[in-house]
Design a binder for this molecule. Structure first.
Ligand code: PLP
Length: 362
């Protein structure tokens, strides 16, 4: 059976490394997207066991999951700036810190808190370039007004989210400067800004001077960064050889017949394909036919350039041959002694894994 295996040991190792680099600045763990594919709850539980007390979410369900499973004291920040009343009610019931990214959202939350005879804890979002939620740096006057007028908001923090921290240093520095300027203006107006935070994983790793009062880390915990780091990817796909075939010279395997056997070849058929996230990149939305086509084309190009993909069988790296299918791939195991049922390890980004169970192991 296919399983996505997560190593507790590697997760803990990454976390230790990140804590060391955070140098005392609290880590707010981002567990959105079902914990980046490795399960929001088991991930949060492991992190809590290792001293993490702050979590960031994007779905009500994630807050429910935490609160229903013993996370009573943990601080939970909703990263989306939400105006839907019912959702807000539920989030306040769950004692979640809300994000205020616009005047309208602030009004909605303020009115709701007043109705509930409650005070809603919120963080203000500044939009320095992402262009999704947040007040523009030019709207600082509005933010100041918000502090003064909204009596039912307890503003506990202010943050921005960089859009290019993994790549564009100049832009990121400009965004950081713009953000700090907003914070400085608020302070000059005599306001308490609370916790100031801006770093995602990339910014955290690249720019220690931007750590401020807290950092929001997701990908780094899973050890999956688009540049070289000391962090280790924490998971892999585990499957089994489903069939062994001996193909005569000249026979092909997979769609498009892009590969044919140059000699008699022993193939291991493994029941993992792009549906399960094998060899899927963030660039493609595999539920869309056009993207699927482009992804398959890219795979063909890699094949033509002889850039092979490997999987591990019996401790050995074996090349995948032919185009990877929706549910299968074929692996060249010529000359190896392997059997149906032997374990196969495949590198799969958990963000793309689906249709398999997730298992945490030592
Ligand atoms: C996803 C997200 C993060 C975490 O990003 P990583 O690069 O995975 O660390 C931080 N902040 C916000 C607002 C996010 O949406």
């Amino acid at each position: 059976m296919n399983t996505y295996v997560v190593s507790r040991e590697l997760l803990e190792q990454n976390l230790r490394q990140l804590k060391k680099q955070a140098n005392g600045v609290p880590i707010w763990a981002v567990i959105k997207g079902d914990g980046y594919g490795i399960g929001a709850l088991p991930l949060a539980e492991l992190l809590a066991d290792n001293g993490i007390e702050h979590f960031c979410i994007t779905e009500v369900r994630e807050a429910e999951l935490l609160r229903e499973n013993g996370f009573r004291e943990a601080q939970i920040l909703m990263l989306r700036s939400i105006s839907d009343r019912e959702t807000l009610h539920r989030l306040l019931d769950l004692n979640v810190i809300l994000t205020v990214g616009s005047w309208e959202v602030a009004q909605e939350i303020d009115a709701l808190a007043r109705e509930r005879a409650d005070i809603a804890e919120v963080h203000i979002k500044i939009d320095t370039g992402m262009g999704r939620y947040g007040f523009l740096p030019s709207e600082t006057e509005r933010v100041i007004a918000l502090y003064c007028e909204m009596k039912h908001l307890a503003i506990g923090g202010i943050y921005t989210h960089f859009n290019c921290a993994y790549g564009d240093e100049k832009l990121t520095r400009q965004e950081f400067t713009a953000f700090r300027k907003v914070v400085a203006q608020l302070r000059a107006a005599g306001l308490e800004t609370g916790i100031v935070h801006c770093c995602n994983s990339s910014a955290f790793l690249k720019y220690p001077e931007m750590h401020c009062d807290a950092v929001r880390l997701g990908s780094a915990i899973l050890g999956r960064m688009p540049f070289r780091t000391k962090l280790r990817p924490v998971g892999y796909m585990e499957s089994e050889i489903e069939a062994l075939r001996t193909l005569p010279k000249g026979h092909s395997t997979g769609y498009g017949a892009v590969w044919t056997a140059k000699r008699e070849t022993q193939l291991a058929i493994v029941p993992v394909g792009w549906y399960h996230g094998f060899h899927v990149s963030c660039r493609y939305n595999m539920t869309r036919a056009s993207d699927r086509f482009v992804a398959v084309l890219a795979a063909f190009k890699r094949l033509l350039r002889k850039e092979l993909t490997y999987v591990e069988i019996g401790g050995k790296q074996c090349p995948v041959v032919g185009a990877i299918g929706m549910l299968h791939c074929a692996v060249d195991v010529t000359g190896m002694s392997c059997a149906v049922g032997d374990r196969v390890i495949l590198q799969v980004n958990p963000l793309h894994q689906k249709g398999v169970k997730v298992a945490y192991r030592k």
